[in-house]
Design a protein around this ligand. Structure first.
Ligand code: PQQ
Length: 250
């Protein structure tokens, strides 16, 4: 491997090239987008993704906790407010609960996490734990899968209403709100990343970190494919009960 660092333009292009592995290309996502998903598959996705939603603020709080730079914290804290809601306002988690209702799920069932598959839980937990332990710049840059997120939110807004008339359109507000929030997050995350990784070794490491994050998103959908497409949820060969753990609080 050469030691010559990539220029900021080349480095950004290398990051964007990782979009080839974004979960927008996962067969589970493609099926949802193309209108081939069943009601149970959509509900399973919404219920499992809820675990990602509730963990994003924990992940961002971990980044804040590790970051000594006040200017960065002042901007980063917006991400917590986006999901948790500023005082007196609803945030993304409430919006996701409304998406749940729109697809026929009871908010209490989402909150109970009883549908969250172990594979999804482990993948999301890996993201939060990485943010707790990594240098804040590395954890911040791992959010850059959001480079590709506006396109995936837009794909749902464009295709779901026509394919799934049974979904209450009020549920789509989350995707619409994220279009702008993700673009703003990316601007900040990209600025931190381009400034922090100036050696070739560092840049290669960052590309590995981005792949780790892509693996998390892909693995979540793999677990959902097993459960809801192949009808092989955990322990399917021994029971049809959801016996798996629902999170161990420490
Ligand atoms: O629906 C999606 O496919 C998707 C993907 C991602 C992502 O790429 O990590 C995020 C989101 N949505 C999202 O809604 C969101 O708030 C979010 C925060 C982050 C992050 O890493 O900090 N990713 C994502």
């Amino acid at each position: 491997m050469t030691d010559t660092p990539l220029s900021p333009t080349e480095f950004e292009a290398a990051l964007r090239a990782k979009g080839a592995y974004y979960h927008i290309h996962h067969p589970y996502h493609v099926a949802m987008y193309e209108g081939r998903a069943t009601r149970e598959q959509i509900q399973g996705w919404v219920a499992n993704r809820f675990y990602y939603q509730v963990n994003i603020p924990l992940k961002d709080a971990a980044i804040l906790a590790n970051c000594p730079d006040r200017e960065i914290r002042r901007e980063w804290i917006q991400r917590l407010l986006d999901h948790d809601g500023a005082p007196g306002e609803d945030g993304g988690i409430e919006a996701w609960l409304r998406l749940g209702q729109a697809v026929g799920l009871d908010p209490e069932q989402l909150r109970s996490q009883e549908l969250v598959l172990p594979g999804v839980r482990f993948a999301v937990d890996a993201y939060v734990n990485f943010a707790r332990r990594a240098r804040w710049q590395e954890a911040a840059s791992s959010s850059l899968t959001e480079l590709f997120a506006p396109q995936i939110h837009q794909s749902r807004l464009d295709s779901w209403p026509q394919h799934y008339p049974w979904i209450d359109p009020a549920g789509y507000a989350y995707f619409r709100t994220r279009l702008g929030q993700a673009r703003r997050d990316v601007e900040h995350g990209l600025a931190i990343t381009l400034q922090h990784y100036t050696t070739r070794e560092g840049q290669e490491r960052m590309l590995d970190i981005l792949q780790f994050k892509l693996d998390i998103l892909w693995s979540m959908l793999d677990a959902m494919s097993m459960a809801y497409e192949l009808n092989r949820p955990p322990y399917h060969s021994v029971t049809d009960q959801r016996v798996w753990h629902k999170g161990i609080s420490l």
